[in-house]
Structure formats: structure tokens, C-alpha cells
Design a protein around this ligand. Sequence first.
Ligand code: BGC
Length: 356
Amino acid sequence: MNRTSSLLAAAVLGIGLTLTACGSNSTSQQAADGAGKVGVILPDTKSSVRWETKDRPALEEAFKAAGVDYTIQNAEGSADTMATIADGMIADGVTVLAIVNLDSDSGASIQEKAAAQGVKTIDYDRLTLGGSADVYVSFDNTKVGELQGQGLADCLGGRPANVVFLNGSPTDNNATLFSSGAHSVLDAIPSITNVGEQAVPDWDNDKAVTIFEQLYTAADGKVDGVYAANDGLAGSVISILEKNRRAGQVPVTGQDATVEGLQNILAGSQCMSVYKSATEEAGALAKVAIALAKGETPQTSATSRDDTGNRDVPSVLLTPVSITKDNVNVVFDDGGQSRDEVCTGQFAAMCSAAGV
Ligand code: BGC
């Protein structure tokens, strides 16, 4: 090769590497590890900020650290888009496919197709009922609900209370588990009365505003506490409480320890959130994916019941942590959020007051 053509070859290679670097790691590492290529499909950008701001970077870090070739895409709330992305990833040669399903039926058909092509599948965060995932990686979601229920009970401090329940998407098995965990705690407290309950389709924060306002009005405004399944829904609830000059007086639960959720906790308009480390969950997924890609049996520590598919799915279930104003530093110390991002503007003084 003369100098010009070798320079040209280097340039072409360089471009190739730059392009692959956008969506995935360089394929040379694949050969080194024999770990195949892992595809991950995230659900959307709106049901929680966690997927793009926390899960994606944590997954990238975990796969890079393990030297595994990967590609991560987002279905933007469309089950059809998720199916198309899955087809593309399978055609592209992924050996392991992890999905956060948008509903169990569409998730199950993606997994069935994948399995037919010899691709191993993982349920990431949400269990696909009637699906065929080899492994489920998530948190103990019933425990998440119990923490939310206990958090609300603690914030109410034993006083008689009318509580409204704003559940997550009816198509998300997690939402069912969160709600049943919360009910197991709150229904056992005689001084608490359920005065309204509804699920929010697709965890849609805008719909949540309308739904909560209707429940609030139907209860004649006699609402003393709100179970909101995540921080986004909590934000919707707080906007209506603000409109009615009740924000800060009515404890509201949440989940995900988002920037907004933590700021609401510091401001006193939200009583608690649940921290689920993305680093831990992504790390667990990477470990399971690598084992599956190598044809090994991944280490699991539990099983999750899928009544639709009538099977117990081998699972890794991590431990969630309840967050209130008193222990908000847990999230910062663990790197779950940065103090700089939360303690801006009007929140700086609140952070100091809370010892952040
Ligand atoms: C996740 C929550 C998230 C919600 C909305 C659930 O399946 O476990 O962390 O807030 O979906 O995206």
C-alpha cells in the first residue's frame, strides 16, 4: 500500500470507528470477550426522566466497563417503534436483547421473535407477563410500594386522613406491584380512608393533572394525603394542590428520586420519594447479559411470578431506599443526583437548611 492509500484507508477506518462509537462500542472488544452484542430498548422519555437521564448513561458505563459491544435505543412510547427497533437489532446481530416493555403483549411478541432467532432476552425493570425473558432484572417492586405506603403513613403522623391513590400505567406490571405494596400498608391503618383511586395511562403526567383534579373535586377537596406512584405524577398532583393553595399541607409520595422530586421534597410539597440506583440496576443487567451471551447461566437471587405465563422467572431484584428530607443526602452521596443540579436558585437555601 502506498502512503496515500494507507492514509485513505486509515481515514475510512477512522470514520467507521467514529460512526460505530455513536450508538455502540467498537466491535473489536466483542471478539476479545466472546460476549456478543447486547441491545437495550428503553420505553420512552416522558413517563419518567430516569430512562434517558439515568438509565442510559449507567448502561453505557456498565457495558463499557465490561468491554461489551452494545446498542441502546428508545421506543419513544410507541410499541410499534419498539417492535421495529427490536427487528433491527436482531437483524444487526445482537445476541442478547433487553427491553423495558410498554405493555406485556407487545413485549411478549418481541421476545418470542427474538427467541425464534436464538437471541436471549431480558426484562429490564418491568416484567413482561406472558413473555419468555430468560431473566428479569429489577428492584423489589412490591417493596417500593410498601415504602411509599409507609412514607405516606409517616408523613400523616397518625391523624385521620382521606387519601387519593394515583397509580401508574395499567399496562405496567410494576404499577400493579407498587399499588398493592402501598395498599398493604395503608389499608391496614384504620384512620386512613380511600376517597378516590385511578390509574394514569402510560404514566402520562398531563393526563395525571386532569385525573387528579377530577378526583380532588369529587372528594370535595377533602384530601389529606396522596399516593402518587412516581415523582412525575407527584409533580402533577402538586400543581393542582398549588392551584388550591394546599401544597405543602397535603403529603404526596413519589418515586425515582428525580431532580424535580428531590426539589419538591426540599420545598416540603412532596413528602418522600424512592431511590433506585440506576448504576446498580444497569450493572446487574450488564452482568446477566454477559453471562447469557457467553452461554452461561446468569446468577439470580429470586424468582418473579408471572401468572399469565404460569411461570416463575429467574430474577435479580435490588433493594429500593425510601427518601425523605431527613436522608436526602443518601441520593447525593451515592451519586444518584448531583447536589449542584438540585440545589440551584431558590433551592440553594433549602439545601443548606436540610444539611445538604
Ligand atoms: C419504573 C419507574 C418509572 C415508571 C415510569 C416503572 O416501571 O419502575 O421507575 O417511574 O415505570 O417510567
